[in-house]
Design a protein around this ligand. Structure first.
Ligand code: ZN
Length: 357
């Protein structure tokens, strides 16, 4: 009891108290973040479509315009029309993922300045209450079973006011929810391990998020089903959590070298080697590219190459650690979702991938 009390933790029922800001304060804080997020989202969107002049947007003082939902809709619809609904959904999902990843870092950092959630329930509740104080929707999240979380977004700003085709922009939320929940699970489980509090018996990762459109509701609520499972690459994710901590502490060099280790751990863990083995990483990447169609060998080679430079060339430093983390996290998440057949593993491992001590 006394041990527990000394650690500043909170339960689900204490969330609003711990967020510790009045509704109005929180709303103005998150409102500013929201404006930033939406602007970022549009900026990303436009930068991926070649027919828009970003500079003109900036001169038009876009950050103020962006909070007007109708304007956001008109712009998104305009682009949806120009590209194709399918490409539009894909781009929005990936922007949602990026926004969610970035938010998960900020959010855990925010909690660290206050108290630690005692369990998954408290963590999720803190997230939905925090995000609900922004104007983009009222969120609610519940554990439905041991592999499913239901997230409801009431008054979803991306569907508000549409009479047909309500969910035309909703993949943004699929991507956003996916990376927020995965990111906060990852960081919180490693955070609580370092306290005297009892960590949860299992660390989870998000497998997929899909909107449940079967129930077309009269009101403006969207429902997202989050499939989660026990982490498949737990040692890799622990190193990733370290890299994120170094990022927060602005220790760029350590962050970069941990990020490089993340990639090495992921390959070793996936292929069944001990994580402390001395892997011939580039050879391993080449072999995975040969035998695993879903493996993006080019992206792995590029990212690993960038992260290896400081190890080999003196004077070279990683400066954009945020991008590094985002990239590495994406690669690891995609790898963890690939299921390798025993034949694939045997083909890759038949090469001499581990250096002898
Ligand atoms: Zn929707």
């Amino acid at each position: 009891m006394s041990e527990r009390k000394r650690i500043e933790y909170f339960t689900k029922d204490e969330v609003s108290e711990v967020l510790g800001l009045s509704g109005a304060e929180l709303s103005s804080k998150v409102g500013a973040d929201l404006s930033q997020h939406i602007f970022q989202m549009l900026e990303d969107y436009f930068s991926r479509t070649s027919f828009f002049n970003l500079e003109a947007l900036k001169k038009a003082n876009m950050p103020h315009v962006s909070l007007r939902v109708k304007t956001v809709h008109l712009m998104l619809d305009g682009f949806r029309h120009e590209i194709s609904p399918e490409t539009h959904l894909k781009i929005l999902r990936s922007i949602g993922q990026e926004t969610g990843f970035s938010f998960s870092l900020d959010f855990i950092s925010f909690l660290k300045s206050r108290k630690i959630p005692l369990n998954y329930d408290a963590l999720l509740e803190a997230w939905v209450q925090f995000d609900s104080s922004a104007d983009w929707g009222k969120l609610n999240a519940t554990f439905e079973s041991d592999n499913l979380i239901k997230v409801e977004v009431k008054r979803n700003f991306l569907r508000l006011g549409y009479e047909t085709d309500f969910h035309r922009h909703c993949t943004f939320f699929e991507g956003y929810i996916e990376n927020v929940i995965d990111g906060i699970f990852l960081q919180w489980t490693r955070w609580i391990e370092k306290t005297p509090l009892r960590p949860p018996p299992l660390s989870y990762e998000v497998i997929s998020v899909n909107e449940d459109k079967t129930e077309e509701r009269l009101n403006d609520t969207c429902v997202f089903l989050v499939n989660f499972a026990k982490e498949s690459l737990p040692s890799t994710r622990s190193v990733l959590a370290n890299a994120i901590e170094f990022y927060h502490e602005r220790m760029d060099e350590r962050c970069g070298s941990e990020a490089r280790k993340v990639l090495e751990y992921a390959l070793k863990e996936k292929l069944g080697h001990p994580v402390d083995a001395n892997l011939k990483t580039q050879l391993c990447i080449d072999e995975c590219s040969k035998y695993v169609p879903e493996f993006d060998g080019k992206a792995w080679t590029e990212t690993y190459g960038v992260l290896s430079k400081p190890e080999h060339i003196s004077g070279i430093r990683i400066t954009d650690t945020y991008s590094v983390l985002r990239e590495v996290t994406g690669l690891v998440r995609r790898l963890s979702r690939v299921s390798l057949t025993p034949d694939q593993i045997a083909s890759i491992n038949k090469h001499d991938l581990i250096r002898k001590p």
